[in-house]
Design a protein around this ligand. Structure first.
Ligand code: FNR
Length: 184
């Protein structure tokens, strides 16, 4: 059984280390039954509920992209001990209009990297709280807090540290098992 996984990259930066991590995940997923494809968040306007009466094409396309995958992966930086506003905005778009929450029963996993020692842990806790509310079953363990050091992931998305590569591979494999249990 193979699973389509929509990937949200929480950073819009061109030089994002989390985008590098997403590329690494893409590479390492080749050894699993997970097929990762990015769902872009950077083109979404700032959400407000006036849109609910008539969702704009970007909002509809975003919800259709979520509907088209079996599972979701969040690869996010930590901004001021939370998730970036761009990612929260995207989740708000996906959760509405009321009664049409795209995240309901869609399994998810959270991972992120930061130069800080706790490697996005606080942002991930905030994100888990949001995902609980939108009714997305989350991979609880292993948690994945990746401390970024210079050169840890090269421009091609190769993780240069063997231990980190092995950890991320194991994390992907456990997510695959989890997705299988949720969707079956
Ligand atoms: C940061 N950074 C950061 N790091 C961290 O570990 N905890 C934090 O709360 C914050 N807060 C924060 C706020 C803002 C506005 C910025 C721009 C940065 C540093 C952050 O981890 C670093 O810039 C990463 O490179 C961001 O990830 P991307 O965008 O490169 O993927």
């Amino acid at each position: 059984m193979s699973y389509q996984v929509g990937v949200f990259v929480g950073s819009l930066s061109k030089v994002s280390i989390n985008r590098r991590l997403a590329t690494a995940l893409q590479r390492l997923s080749a050894g699993t039954n997970l097929h990762l494809q990015e769902i872009p968040i950077g083109n979404l306007p700032l959400y407000n509920h006036d849109y609910d009466a008539d969702y704009p094409p970007q909002g509809l396309a975003f919800k259709e992209a979520i509907a088209g995958v079996d599972a979701l992966m969040f690869v996010t930086p930590e901004y001021n001990r939370s998730i970036p506003g761009s990612l929260k905005n995207a989740i708000d778009w996906g959760s509405r209009p009321w009664g049409q929450n795209s995240f309901a029963r869609k399994p998810s996993a959270v991972i992120g990297t930061s130069p800080g020692k706790i490697g996005t842990a606080v942002a991930q806790q905030h994100l888990r709280s949001i995902l609980s509310f939108v009714n997305s079953p989350e991979l609880a363990q292993p948690e994945a807090y990746i401390q970024y050091t210079e050169g840890l992931i090269n421009e091609d998305g190769e993780i240069t540290d063997q231990g980190t590569a092995a950890f991320v591979t194991d994390w992907l494999q456990k997510f695959e098992v989890f997705v299988g249990k949720v969707v079956s």
